[in-house]
Design a protein around this ligand. Structure first.
Ligand code: FE2
Length: 211
């Protein structure tokens, strides 16, 4: 197994897959998740190569992006076996990428592996802070959702309350928890400014209720 050559070929394939994806899930999101994953992996006892490969591939089965995730899994397995990647490694990559998502976490029966925890943490870090805000509004625009309206609960600002503000306490690793703190505080600061400009009222009420 030549890790570098294999990773390079996988990267080129992933880049081609994500070329036409919107900014909330483009190749730059993938690259940020790889970067955060490697940073976290360096602070924990784990298989760093497994973390790096899995982070690169973590969104190839996302049903919001791809009609048939299993086709992408087949291509991934083909590239991995072409480079003589051990079956167990390929199997673990597949386990991680099919279990990274927020919805999977809510229903999983067993304790996730350390490497899965790291990729999850990295993916969630990219959902908060300045980049997370940009991604949330990008996705909202794609779905033609309003920024905010008191009675429209599909709005992007409602998504902050339904998901983004709740992520802070769910990080597995110490490093991710530390990185998340400033990003979370920025979400709250942003919402405060949003309220100051609009005087919708309900936003601050929600923050106070949460505390
Ligand atoms: Fe992701």
């Amino acid at each position: 197994m030549n890790n570098d050559q294999c990773y390079h070929e996988l990267y080129e394939w992933v880049e081609s897959l994500f070329t036409n994806q919107p900014p909330d899930h483009d190749i730059y999101h993938i690259c940020r998740v790889v970067k955060y994953s490697v940073e976290i992996a360096e602070t924990v006892d784990c298989d760093t190569e497994l973390v790096k490969f899995s982070a690169l591939l973590h969104d190839i089965t996302d049903h919001k992006l791809f009609a048939c995730g299993s086709t992408n899994i087949k291509t991934m397995r083909k590239i991995l076996s072409k480079h003589n990647v051990p079956q167990n490694f390929a199997h673990q990559v597949q386990y991680i990428i099919t279990n990274t998502s927020y919805s999977k976490q809510k229903v999983e029966p067993a304790e996730p592996s350390t490497e899965l925890k790291i990729v999850r943490d990295a993916d969630r870090l990219d959902a908060i802070g300045a980049v997370g805000i940009a991604r949330a509004f990008s996705y909202g625009a794609l779905k033609q959702r309003p920024f905010y309206h008191p009675t429209d609960h599909t709005s992007t600002v409602h998504h902050f309350y339904d998901k983004l503000l709740l992520l802070k306490d769910g990080f597995y690793t110490k490093k991710a928890g530390e990185l998340a703190e400033e990003r979370h505080n920025f979400l709250e600061t942003y919402l405060q400014h949003f309220e100051n400009e609009t005087n919708y009222g309900i936003i601050l009420k929600n923050i106070q209720q949460r505390e």
